[in-house]
Design a protein. Structure first.
Ligand code: HAM
Length: 416
């Protein structure tokens, strides 16, 4: 560990990279409202119960990855490992409980104590969208359409949409029984967690990452056909709606996703340019219980990992236009009066919407010009005692080196 490094699995985002992040956010703010979604913000920490009850006690995230702490009042709080449970905690008690639809999206940091690796961070960022309150296969397909339009507008091509159904309620019982029978035969060769999962929550085995368990998971019999008819019909309608919208997908009957709130549709978008952590986004339909509520909130949504979107863009050599965040004008003054006049001029420029940096110390012209070059300023304004007496300034165009003597009042017309 160097003294200058942030904690493992976290990163600093420097000014040189920030415009890439802004673009991910700007495109979301443009595309998501086209589907009727409005931005919402919830706290980065919640009562621990929000996640334990919301995501499911048996999930890896709840069992092994949460940053949980006690506050001074003895309350158990947790840094949010994902966005959906907090949003639903906030919407529980509103009219979404009576079937009124609410479409919201969110952007922000999430926290999971995972082993850091390429694309796997302990603080990472998600953009997510939730459509809460109503159940309909067409809404599931529309949520996927939103995600794919977002990826398209970011220039992320070559991804794959994986789709599955987890069924719902009693409907999934035959599939669950069949899974249990299959894994019961192999459990002696599987990890201790999977041995527990066999009785407590057999679906979670499908999400195990241990290599010796993966061998058995890869060979699991196709259970989709064992779902009850209502769940199968629901899934057919989702597939149909996707086809109507010309959205290609691949059914992967082993896809269960890592959170326990999913029912019916689950999906993941993967990208080949990412290596082992190849999911750029995932989501599905859910039923989430907020703490103390007896009725779940229903909804469908997804979240995309911003670090992974950037990795996909890099793999595809997508070069989003960089925002102009270099100063337009660098002001240099020789003598106290000139420095003070420059302070005034810099503030006039900024009020006119032009970025300006004024050198605040008396330094040599040469040293100041070096700074102007380092900042990549477009213009330098130089004012010495002579110019103060004459009421003028020297304007230097940094690109071609040309310079002219003008009055400060004429600066705006000369640089626009
Ligand atoms: P998730 O699949 O756990 O789903 O996360 C969504 C995306 O966040 C992943 O596909 C990945 O791109 C990114 N991600 C997850 N963990 C990490 C990590 N440790 N480092 C970097 N990126 C990561 C959810 O979080 C659900 N809340 C999605 C959802 C919304 N389902 C319904 N509504």
């Amino acid at each position: 560990m160097s003294n200058f490094s942030p904690p493992p699995g976290t990163s600093d985002i420097f000014p040189e990279e920030i415009s890439l992040w802004h673009r991910l956010e700007d495109v979301a703010r443009k595309v998501f409202p086209l589907y009727g979604y409005r931005e919402m913000r919830t706290p980065v920490f919640e009562y621990t119960e929000v996640f334990k009850r919301g995501l499911g006690d048996e999930t890896e995230v709840v069992q092994k990855e949460m940053y949980t702490f006690e506050d001074r009042g003895g309350r158990s709080l947790t840094l949010r490992p994902e966005g959906t449970a907090g949003i639903m905690r906030s919407l529980a008690g509103t009219d979404v409980m009576n079937g009124n639809e609410k479409r919201v999206y969110y952007i922000g940091p999430m926290f999971r104590g995972e082993r850091p690796a390429a694309g796997r961070r302990r603080q990472f960022h998600q953009i997510g969208a939730e459509n809460a309150g109503r159940v309909s296969p067409e809404l599931d397909a529309e949520s996927i359409a939103l995600l794919l339009q977002y990826l398209d507008e970011l220039g992320i091509a070559g991804h794959k949409l994986l789709l599955n159904t987890r069924g719902s309620g009693e409907d999934r019982k035959p599939a669950e029984d069949s899974l249990r029978l299959y894994f019961a035969d192999h459990v002696s060769g599987m990890c201790p967690d999977c041995k527990n999962r066999l009785e407590r929550n057999v679906w979670r085995i499908l999400d195990c990452k241990q290599p010796n368990c993966r061998v058995f998971i890869e060979n699991v019999p196709d259970i989709a056909g064992l779902m009850g008819e209502p769940s199968r019909k629901y899934f057919e309608k989702v597939c149909n709606a996707l086809s109507i919208m010309d959205i290609p997908f691949e059914v992967d009957s082993r896809l269960v996703r890592g959170l326990d709130y999913y029912v019916h549709t689950v999906f993941e978008v993967t990208h080949p340019g990412l290596g082992a952590q190849n999911a750029i986004a995932g989501g599905g339909r859910y039923e989430i219980f907020a703490p103390e509520s007896r009725k779940p909130i229903v909804g469908v949504g997804f979240a995309a990992g911003l670090e992974r979107l950037l990795m996909a863009q890099e793999a595809l050599s997508v070069k989003p236009p960089l925002m102009e965040n270099i100063p337009a004008v660098f002001l240099i003054g020789l003598g106290e009066k000139a420095l003070n006049e420059n302070l005034k001029l810099a503030s006039l420029l900024r009020k006119a919407g032009i970025s300006a940096i004024a050198e605040v110390e008396q330094r040599s012209i040469k040293a100041s010009m070096r700074t102007a070059n380092r900042l990549a300023a477009k213009f330098a304004v130089i004012r010495g005692e002579d110019e103060i007496l004459k009421g003028t300034i020297i304007l230097k165009n940094m690109a071609d080196g040309s310079q002219s003597e003008i009055t400060p009042e004429n600066l705006l017309v000369n640089i626009r």
